[in-house]
Design a protein around this ligand. Structure first.
Ligand code: MN
Length: 130
């Protein structure tokens, strides 16, 4: 994977405070971030655009993050692509990581989202230059 100067992010998150937090995290970078407020919106964005990474809340209206991820992974089988999906999880339970991975997510970040963890995952999964 080549290093990238800019990336496209999809943030699927219905909580405004978390949207604002992540916007603030990345405000110094000229990256593009689309924000989906519901599961269906997230799925539409993912179908219509190509993202370097998707940040996926679990609890969202219409479709939850697990279901959105499963659909994205199903559809990716046709195109043989794989967009990294990082769960944004409010739970700190032991089986969380397993549930996220079983749904097809690559990794997860626990809320409240830590600045350093956030950039560590972004760098790991997109090779973006920070
Ligand atoms: Mn939520």
């Amino acid at each position: 994977m080549k290093n990238k100067k800019t990336i496209n992010i999809l943030l699927a998150e219905d909580d405004l405070a978390n949207q604002e937090l992540i916007k603030a995290f990345i405000e110094d970078y000229e990256w593009i971030m689309d924000i989906a407020n519901t599961g269906n919106e997230a799925l539409s964005y993912a179908r219509e655009n190509s993202y370097n990474i998707i940040l996926m809340d679990i609890q969202m209206p219409e479709l939850n993050g697990f279901d959105v991820t499963k659909k994205i992974r199903e559809e990716e089988q046709l195109t043989k692509t794989h967009t990294p999906i990082i769960a944004l999880t409010a739970y700190a339970m032991k089986n969380d990581r397993e549930k996220c991975l079983n749904a097809g997510m690559d990794d997860y970040l626990s809320k409240p989202i830590d600045y350093d963890d956030f950039f560590e995952k972004l760098k790991k999964y997109t090779n973006v230059i920070l």
